[in-house]
Ligand binder design. Structure first.
Ligand code: CO
Length: 460
């Protein structure tokens, strides 16, 4: 019997985030939710990552309400979110009480699969979120942030997978955020993990370097169970490869693919129109759709190259680009080879530019790099260069143990502080995650409600 390969549709989250900076408002995708629900996906990735931040910051949407509305329209398909471990949906670590309540509420509001990763692959930063997910009865997808370095190898990744399984992972995800995983590497890594644990494996990659179709194909040959794809108008470039193309190719190769082609056609027709609107207003830029092989040469994510360029441009130092690029892997090595993903990619890139422009390495250091050297982001894959760490920290001692253990609970105090501005636990969580944005959102909502009340009194 043909082996089945399952699909995760990313148009609502990662494709949306990678191509149009997560600017897709709920109304724009609502008409397709019932079709996506009927299409036969393993899951629809629709929440988490940057969606929460962008809903509050730019779209004036309550992210929790968005989740409930999606859930109501999609009763048959698992909903999936991306969660940054102890960082949840933010950029630094939160106390455990917040992580636990956030996960609990995400599941209560409709989430089925929580994909949990840590920027350093430090599993102690994933443990609380994993436990909370299992406790809430959802699927914990333990995730490897894929990178290459002298200290990253299959043996280490397999050890990590075993630890994640022990924490309750129901599936394993290999997350290649930069799209640098090649087909042979995918074959070898999926085989190594399959040999070590009996859990479904999901491979997540991006089309950035053009490798993705080949990489998925070899991963499928090695037994990968789930792949992440985007409906064609939102596929390619910095997004995922196209759902329809992979369904076609895998069927031709004799694999079973349970996707309904007529649903995919309806989705593609609809999202073509949506894409064209974002092309017209300039949100979707041609360079996001292009193939960028520079990432393979420098082993840094595409987003990081454009960040380096824009930083140098701001400082009127574009002529130092090659130097900054050459400095980037050196800073990464000094920092113990972190995978380059939010927030480590930004931290390493900014430091490389400073080292070059200052004409002296680590003369100036951001507060994030200082916190990193103190151990606030967790255990680094290799030790931080001790001389540089001492230079940055001075007399300060690096932290022993998990940073979140030193953080005081925040939920109860925040609830008390917000008073009647927060109506629900979800409001409290939004405020802790993004205080300024959430406060503005909650105040506007309150004002709107008060207006409605006044109006209805007049009506009587
Ligand atoms: Co991604």
């Amino acid at each position: 019997m043909a082996r089945k390969v399952q699909f995760v549709e990313t148009v609502l989250r990662d494709a949306n985030q990678s191509l149009i900076a997560t600017r897709l408002p709920y109304e724009k995708f609502e008409p397709m939710l019932e079709t996506i629900d009927k299409a036969g996906y393993y899951a629809a990735e629709c929440w988490g990552g940057a969606t929460f931040d962008v809903c509050l910051r730019y779209l004036n949407e309550d992210p929790w309400e968005r989740l409930r509305k999606i859930r109501a329209k999609m009763p048959n398909t698992k909903l999936q979110m991306l969660l940054r471990g102890q960082n949840v949906l933010g950029y630094s670590h939160y106390p455990d009480d917040f992580v636990r309540l956030f996960v609990k509420k995400a599941v209560e509001n409709g989430m089925d699969v929580i994909r949990i990763f840590d920027a350093l692959n430090d599993v102690t930063n994933m443990k609380t979120a994993m436990e909370a997910t299992v406790e809430a009865g959802a699927i914990a997808s333990g995730t490897i942030s894929y990178t290459t370095s002298p200290v990253h190898n299959h043996k280490k990744y397999v050890e990590m997978v075993k630890e994640l399984k022990a924490m309750g992972a129901a599936t394993i995800c290999i997350k290649d955020m930069a799209g640098i995983m090649g087909p042979q590497e995918a074959y070898d890594m999926v085989s190594a993990i399959k040999d070590a644990v009996d859990l479904p494996i999901d491979l997540h990659t991006h089309s950035t370097t053009g490798l993705a179709f080949m990489t998925y194909l070899k991963a499928v040959e090695a037994g990968v169970d789930i792949i992440d794809t985007a409906i064609s108008p939102f596929s390619g470039g910095t997004s995922q490869p196209a759902t329809e193309t992979l369904a076609y190719a895998l069927r031709q190769l004799g694999y079973e693919v349970d996707l309904d082609d007529s649903c995919l056609i309806t989705m593609a027709d609809y999202f073509k129109g949506v894409r064209d609107e974002f092309v017209k207003d300039g949100t979707l830029m041609p360079k996001s759709m292009a193939t960028d092989t520079q990432c393979l040469t420098y082993q840094v994510p595409g987003g990081m190259l454009s960040n380096l360029l824009s930083q140098l441009k701001q400082m009127n130092a574009l002529d130092r680009f090659e130097e900054a690029l050459a400095e980037t892997p050196k800073v990464r090595a000094d920092m113990g080879y972190p995978p380059l993903v939010t927030p480590t990619s930004q931290m390493v890139g900014v430091q490389a530019v400073r080292n070059v422009l200052d004409g002296q390495r680590y003369k100036t250091v951001s507060k994030e790099i200082k916190a990193y050297c103190r151990g606030e982001y967790g255990t680094t894959p290799a030790p931080i260069n001790p001389e540089i760490q001492a230079q940055i920290l001075g007399d300060e001692k690096p932290l022993a143990g998990r940073y979140a253990d030193s953080l005081k609970p925040v939920v109860e105090d925040t609830r008390a502080k917000l008073g009647d501005l927060a109506k629900t636990d979800e409001d409290v969580l939004s405020y802790i995650a993004f205080p300024n944005l959430a406060e503005k959102f909650l105040e506007e909502r309150k004002a709107k409600e008060e207006n409605v009340v006044t109006y209805s009194i007049v009506e009587c």
